[in-house]
Design a binder for this molecule. Structure first.
Ligand code: SF4
Ligand code: SF4
Length: 126
């Protein structure tokens, strides 16, 4: 039985087993925005045991009217502040933002499948 995930409206599939060996390309690599809404900010701050204000100051920055998670530069790569290289995992996995939960099924990629395939080895044509 295939473990591949499909989603209506998308022309590709996603195999989550690829995450085991890919070194989290979706959490590292080129710099990007990892947006969080107010509910997510509260949930992550609570999960981290921090006051909202402290959490926001330490881990977020403003991008227009939105907030995004800060990144660290490691060699030539930018890594999400919550990416843990040692375990190759997300430190806030249980409360990770919707943007992370829904990857790679983003509307943006519906017409950019080739670009997505370069980033995510779990993606294949349906
Ligand atoms: S880039 Fe794709 S395969 Fe790699 S960790 Fe992210 S979702 Fe998994
Ligand atoms: S919050 Fe977690 S899943 Fe999302 S980019 Fe950061 S490390 Fe990756």
């Amino acid at each position: 039985m295939s473990d591949k995930i499909t989603q209506e409206g998308f022309s590709y599939t996603f195999d989550p087993s690829a995450c085991e060996t890919c070194q989290a390309r979706c959490c590292t690599g080129e710099s990007g925005y990892i947006h969080v809404n107010h509910q997510e900010i509260e949930a992550i701050a609570s999960f981290a045991g921090l006051d909202n204000d402290v959490f926001m100051q330490r881990f977020l920055f403003k991008n227009g009217y939105k907030y995004s998670i800060k990144e660290h530069k490691v060699a030539e790569s930018y890594e999400c502040a919550f990416y843990d290289r040692a375990s190759n995992g997300c430190m806030i996995y249980e409360v990770r933002p919707m943007q992370c939960r829904t990857f790679p099924f983003w509307d943006y990629f519906k017409t950019r499948v080739d670009e997505l395939k370069l980033e995510c080895p779990g993606v294949a044509d349906a």
